[in-house]
Write a new protein. Structure first.
Length: 113
């Protein structure tokens, strides 16, 4: 439930961005970003916008993307196009390839000794 729905404000695509942020957060953290024992308590937590950081195995970049998606003010959330620009899978792939090359070099060095 996005902050807009709690306050019964206008609902638009930014609410969907918020929902996607919740889903991504839960996929990474294996728990929802907002937890409470009652609906009113949950509404208070959502309205406060206090999102715990993702587990440390996730990049700060991903943490920041999800945090922007979960901004209380819908005007501060990214659009779909802005989200696509924020996500750079090719850069991540290149970084992973470089890490693998470095590991391979290190392993080859061990074999020579």
């Amino acid at each position: 439930m996005s902050p807009e729905l709690i306050t019964e404000s206008h609902y638009d695509a930014k609410s969907d961005i918020w929902s996607l942020g919740c889903l991504l957060y839960e996929l990474c953290a294996l728990q929802p970003p907002f937890q409470a024992k009652s609906q009113p308590s949950l509404a208070i937590k959502i309205s406060a916008g206090m999102v715990p950081p993702l587990p440390s195995r996730y990049s700060e970049e991903l943490n920041n993307i999800i945090r922007t998606m979960l901004m209380v003010d819908p005007n501060k959330r990214p659009t779909t196009m802005e989200l696509l620009k924020m996500m750079h899978p090719s850069r991540d792939i290149t970084r992973r390839e470089e890490e693998l090359k470095q590991r391979e070099i290190a392993l080859n060095g061990r074999e020579i000794m």
